[in-house]
Design a protein around this ligand. Structure first.
Ligand code: FE
Ligand code: FE
Ligand code: ZN
Length: 286
């Protein structure tokens, strides 16, 4: 029996939502804008104490997810977490926060947790990779059901993870590496220098050769305000950036991506997201 009958014939599409009113509230918001997946921050950007999870809210959500009312969800770590900071207290903070987030995620098991690998702050890429892997080795537990995603980065400043090979170096150092996946951010990969507008096939072939295409679990679907290899990380609305609508349509219909959850992180309010979702669903070929 298929647990998610409607989702299998539909594009998995949604956007980033505010988590301030809990899981069921996000589910209802998602449904109101035509989304069947969504993303949220686990806590505010400063990463201060997260609100306690409402057990009833989480249980209700899990039931709805089992019934197929909603697809997989992505918890995004606070973007300020830095596993490879040159400040040991910030590294300790990142570890504590992620460990706590992963415990909390078990209230909605079998979903995704998305992490920016980090910024090495001048320590060098090799040190950055080691420190990120060290944190993952401490926080990942065999009993966790959450798949942790490393996000492809734009290469702003000293960001680690803007090249596929850097993500591979991290994964190779993690004992529970089979729990790791990749979130492919289309704005970031473009800003990092991968030509996903004109040479998507080549980029995905390279991804497969370096990381293995089965690692690719979620797409952050964003246009970019800037030219390829700008290393800027400024998202644009779908079709209004340097990627453009035709490249976006090729992306969502590429056989390697077509079935994945697509999460919009475009500069929009709910109404704008709803319009983008409707347009993308029209372009998506089943
Ligand atoms: Fe992100
Ligand atoms: Fe992203
Ligand atoms: Zn970004």
């Amino acid at each position: 029996m298929n647990p998610m009958p409607d989702l299998c014939i539909r594009m998995l599409i949604g956007c980033h939502l505010s988590s301030s009113h809990g899981f069921m509230s996000m589910l209802r918001t998602a449904q109101s804008i035509g989304a069947n997946v969504f993303q949220f921050y686990t806590r505010n950007p400063r990463g201060s104490a997260a609100k306690p999870i409402d057990a009833q809210d989480a249980a209700d959500f899990v039931r709805c997810q089992r019934e197929g009312q909603i697809g997989p969800i992505v918890a995004h770590a606070p973007y300020t977490l830095n596993a490879c900071s040159d400040d040991p207290s910030k590294r300790a903070f990142a570890k504590r926060t992620m460990a706590d987030d992963l415990e909390r995620m078990e209230s909605v098991p079998h979903n995704f947790y998305n992490l920016h690998p980090g910024s090495h702050m001048g320590q060098g890429l090799a040190v950055g990779v080691e420190q990120i892997a060290a944190m993952l080795n401490e926080v990942l537990k065999p009993e966790h059901t959450t798949v942790v995603l490393l996000e492809t980065m734009a290469g702003k400043g000293r960001e680690v993870g803007s090249r596929f090979a850097e993500l591979k170096q991290i994964i190779d150092r993690v004992e529970l590496g089979d729990r790791l996946g990749i979130c492919f951010d289309t704005c970031h990969t473009w800003d990092s220098g991968y030509d996903i507008a004109e040479h998507l096939d080549d980029v995905l072939r390279e991804f497969d050769q370096v990381l293995g295409i089965e690692r690719l679990r979620v797409v952050h679907l964003n246009d970019s305000l800037n030219v390829k290899a700008s290393h800027k990380d400024r998202h644009a609305k779908i079709g209004e950036g340097a990627l453009g609508s035709e490249a976006i349509v090729r992306l969502i219909n590429h056989p390697a991506l077509h079935h994945l959850p697509f999460i919009l992180e475009t500069p929009n309010e709910l109404e704008g997201y709803s319009r983008e979702i409707a347009w993308l669903c029209e372009q998506w070929q089943d």
